[in-house]
Design a protein around this ligand. Sequence first.
Ligand code: NDP
Length: 331
Amino acid sequence: MTMNTDFKAWRVEEQDGSYVGSEQTLSTADLPEGEVLIRVSHSSLNYKDALSASGNKGVTRNFPHTPGIDAAGEVVEDASGNLAPGTAVLVTGFDLGMNTDGGFGEYIRVPAGWCVPMPSGWDARTAMIYGTAGLTAGLCVQKLLTMGAEPAQGPVAVSGASGAVGSVAVELLAKLGFEVVAISGKADHAADLKALGASEVVGRDALTEEKKPMLKPVFGNAIDTVGGTPLAELLKQIKPGGSVSCCGLVAGPQLQTTVLPFILRGVNLLGVDSVEIPLADKQAVWGKFSGEWACPKTEQSARDIGRSELDAALKAFLGGASVGKTVLHHS
Ligand code: NDP
């Protein structure tokens, strides 16, 4: 058993009803039980981290807490004996950063069943450029492909296109030969979305509430990262036989729709979870991103921050102002 080590973590505490994050010194003795102790070099920022850091009890029940649903680094010790010290690993989802201290600290301790060996050719920073958001974009695309989506069906709409999930989805779909219509509230970001591969960028008003239960079908398929009214409006605009992968709720968890898109056009609504799926399913998507699905533009445009910049970066997520992928470096 390794000696306990002091380390730095960005820790969120409740203070008079509000939630405040700051850098604190913890000991590995403070970490939860688990087989694998990992020295974390990088983490990735996600909308869920912003929810945890702002005290959302649906994500994190107890504070003080270290958020960070993604982590990449090196194994220090593994009581299960499967991972040798020094093995490069990445961890995304499961309970990490929710009610288990997460990647915004320099160390995590987790079950062996959460750890994926680093895909060949990747380092920790590259893995965290993709992170849970990239994994989710990959799973959304994979579900569309499983349903038989092809470029000939027409353009694929991506809502929340400038966000962490949406931006990877735009680049990956374009790479696979799809015409991509990016739906974004950030008019000043249109050129960046086109550079990622979008052929057209339209405002969020393309998905404002309409009374009609069906609209002109213009999209072959879609990836929706926002939920709520935009998802309901998207479903009305999908061509017969098309599909919508749905993964997010930044515009709201409610979905008010009729059955008409489903029964008159055979539209498929595909749910995507990146958190609790089997490790092998995560590993399969990582394998693709480290190979034929590589998204070089996402990799080149990722932003690097340190712990002192976390507070502002997380608040941008809650305001819908975050753009692309942000990687946290611990040193
Ligand atoms: P981001 O904040 O990076 O992206 C969301 C984007 O949605 C924003 O950048 C913005 O893009 C748009 N947006 C924000 N607020 C609104 C609004 N009120 N109405 C319409 N559009 C809005 O978040 P992530 O990409 O990290 O996550 C997106 C969603 O996916 C979240 O709900 C997250 O919880 C969920 N998620 C789910 C996972 C799963 O396993 N199912 C895993 C990962 C994420 P723009 O300005 O371009 O319109």
